[in-house]
Design a protein around this ligand. Structure first.
Ligand SMILES: [Zn+2]
Ligand SMILES: [Zn+2]
Length: 147
């Protein structure tokens, strides 16, 4: 796994939990949903999705919390850094907190999701696609406020 040049590493701010993810990222998103916002304590959240088989905790142990049915978030139980999100609807995937990467520049976000939950005072000037929400069938609804 470590030989893959795309391998990313990261961890929490206190250093107790470390992880690594290999292979091609599946998607990189900026999520405006209320659940992410509340869970991480920030106005939006950046996630990079990988195949679950390509992800491994390499040091320490994360703490898990099911924030809604079938949706499990992990964080460091010591310092609180958000680490991952796993959704039962997408069993083969794991979402990793982009800001916890050792180098968060390596995977720039590709789109905004859950713009329907966006805080009115949060606006960005990027030209990424903006989606209103994410439906259970995996089809996203494109926002009319496209750049
Ligand atoms: Zn920590
Ligand atoms: Zn979210």
């Amino acid at each position: 796994m470590g030989d893959d040049p795309r391998t990313v590493t990261g961890g929490c701010i206190c250093g107790a939990v470390r992880y690594r993810a290999a292979g091609q990222s599946l998607l990189v998103e900026l999520c405006h949903c209320r659940s992410c916002r509340h869970a991480v304590g920030a106005p939006l959240m950046a996630w990079a999705a990988f195949r679950r088989d390509d992800f491994a905790i390499t040091a320490g142990q994360s703490t898990a919390y099911e924030s809604s049915p079938g949706l499990v978030r992990t964080f460091c139980g010591r310092c609180g850094t958000s680490l991952t999100l796993a959704d039962d609807r997408f069993p083969g995937e794991i979402y990793i907190s982009l800001a916890s990467f050792d180098d968060a520049e390596v995977l720039p976000p590709e789109f905004h999701i859950w713009r329907s939950h966006r805080l009115s005072w949060l606006e960005t000037s990027d030209s990424l696609p903006r989606y209103l929400q994410f439906r259970a069938d995996g089809i996203v609804e494109r926002s009319s406020e496209q750049p």
